[in-house]
Design a protein around this ligand. Structure first.
Ligand code: ATP
Ligand code: MG
Length: 457
């Protein structure tokens, strides 16, 4: 009876007479959310959630300003009009910047935080002048504005520096208007410089952390791409033997036909026109067969854009997978494909679906090796509004100890060099990524069955 061997490194350690089975912890691969976060970071933007949070802060600040405007309105005082107008302008500027920073693209995001910082410094400074100047409570808060900008802009240090500079200018204007002595002006500027420097360094530190996180995500994304590419190439490699055989067959009869045709053309003519036509048709058919195999292999090995449309004609993907896997299965397995008419499109990219199906078909083919009566049933049915695909065979079924770990990476009962134990793990990853589910079982009547369900496109 086969054993699942767990050694320290999760490597193969077969016991005497035990098929080699290895178990490693499941590797969690990045999904669509991670990919979106990675793309946002690559473009130099915070995530949508962070943008939403910052927009809420702008709105909250605008609401506070409105509350003060209402208080001014409710308890009127002489010279009220100008501060009231400034408050309304400030409020509108913050709301507008909140909308601007939700627009896609790093340019509008940066513009929004810079405009909001500078507009706040100007409006707040002007309000300070209107209500008491350096003796009023508004001017008292002005030097703290760069720190408030830090809360919202965080990694956008240029916005923070611009806010600090605008505060310096507004304080100079205020002090000059009051004719304050130089020492008092220097005191106000020193306060502002201290808070600006603090905000600037905190922002640079935050930016550095973001850059580290960005690098880690880019590396993770790259290694995921490399892993997916090498797994696909490994599958192509596994198909290679069959492909060579499949191409060699038509090549042999094409060569023989062409030699006969050349002989007939150059020597005495022995072939009737109908025979010549038939031989040329055969050559044409052979060329077409080879063209299809090469075209399928190219589709299979091709890169796919991260945002490729997730909609797939299941029948077409199943036909393509059968042609691909068929080059290895044909000699010993009979495959039966059942797809209901009008089967809905599934939410997955065609390449991923083909990859999953080829993996399952190759597993069935391996399980049926050496059997004269090998059969594989590929059944597609509509289920819960989506599509269910099952691949069943009449082989020996999953070894009992493999079945419960079958979808974990590097679990295999095959000899080294024959199987890596990645086919089912990758298949589950692809199905999970699009919100589907996949299961494996041994059939009561004998043989294995792997079935997966996909959402409708
Ligand atoms: N149709 C099947 N019948 C019997 N056993 C199966 C079947 N499909 C999978 N298995 C078992 O599950 C194990 C894991 O399959 P999986 O496709 O993940 O890896 P593999 O086929 O061993 O290697 P790889 O796919 O990386 O070449 C196989 O080694 C085999 O023991
Ligand atoms: Mg496999």
């Amino acid at each position: 009876m086969a054993q699942v061997n767990r050694d320290a490194e999760g490597l193969r350690s077969p016991g005497p007479g035990t098929p080699p089975v290895a178990v490693a912890p499941r590797v969690s691969l990045p999904g669509a959310a991670l990919e979106r976060a990675r793309l946002a970071l690559v473009r130099g933007e915070p995530s949508e959630a962070a943008k939403g949070e910052r927009q809420r802060l702008y709105r909250f600040a605008a609401l506070l300003i409105l509350v003060f405007a209402y208080r001014d309105f409710a308890v009127p005082w002489p010279g009220l009009l100008r501060p009231l107008i400034v408050r309304l302008v400030w409020c509108a500027a913050l709301l507008g910047c909140g909308e601007l920073l939700r627009r896609p693209g790093p340019v509008s995001y940066r513009a929004a935080v810079r405009i909001a910082g500078v507009a706040s410094a100007i409006c707040c400074g002007y309000l300070g002048i209107c209500v008491g100047g350096t003796r009023g409570f508004i001017t008292l808060w002005l030097p703290a504005l760069p720190l408030a900008a830090l809360v919202i802009a965080q990694e956008e240090w240029v916005g923070i520096v611009l806010t600090g500079l605008a505060v310096h200018v507004m304080l100079l204007v205020t002090c000059a208007g009051e004719g304050l002595p130089l020492a008092a002006v220097a005191g106000w500027q020193a306060n502002t410089a201290a808070s600006s420097l603090l905000a600037y360094f905190a922002s640079r530190e935050y930016g550095r952390r973001m850059a580290d996180e960005h690098d880690a995500l880019v590396r993770l994304g790259d290694s995921e791409q490399r892993r997916s590419r090498s797994e696909r190439l490994a599958t192509v490699g596994r198909l290679a033997g069959g492909v060579a055989h499949e191409i060699n067959n038509p090549l042999t009869f094409m060569k023989a036909n062409l030699e006969l045709l050349v002989e007939d053309l150059t020597g005495p003519r022995t072939l009737a026109d109908a025979e010549t036509r038939e031989m040329l048709d055969e050559v044409q058919g052979g060329v077409e067969r080879i063209r299809r195999i090469v075209a399928d292999l190219r589709v299979f090995a091709r890169e796919e854009a991260a945002d490729a449309v997730e909609s797939c004609d299941v029948r077409a993907a199943a036909d393509e997978s059968l042609r691909l896997a068929g080059v290895r299965m044909k000699s010993h397995v009979v495959v039966e494909l059942m797809v209901p008419p009008g089967c809905p499109a599934a939410r997955i990219t065609p390449r991923k679906l083909s990859h999953v199906l080829v993996n399952l078909l190759l597993n069935a083919s391996d399980a049926l090796e050496g059997r004269a009566d090998g059969k594989v049933w590929v059944r597609v049915t509509e289920e819960r509004g989506g599509v269910r695909v099952s691949v069943a065979d009449n082989g020996p079924g999953f070894p009992a100890d493999v079945l419960q770990h079958a979808f974990e990476p590097f679990v295999t009962s095959k000899e080294p060099g024959k199987g890596m134990g990645l086919g089912l793990a990758v298949s589950r990853e692809y199905v999970d990524q699009v919100g589907g589910s996949i299961t494996a079982k041994n059939r009561a009547e004998g043989g294995a069955e792997v079935a997966f369900w996909l959402r409708p496109a």
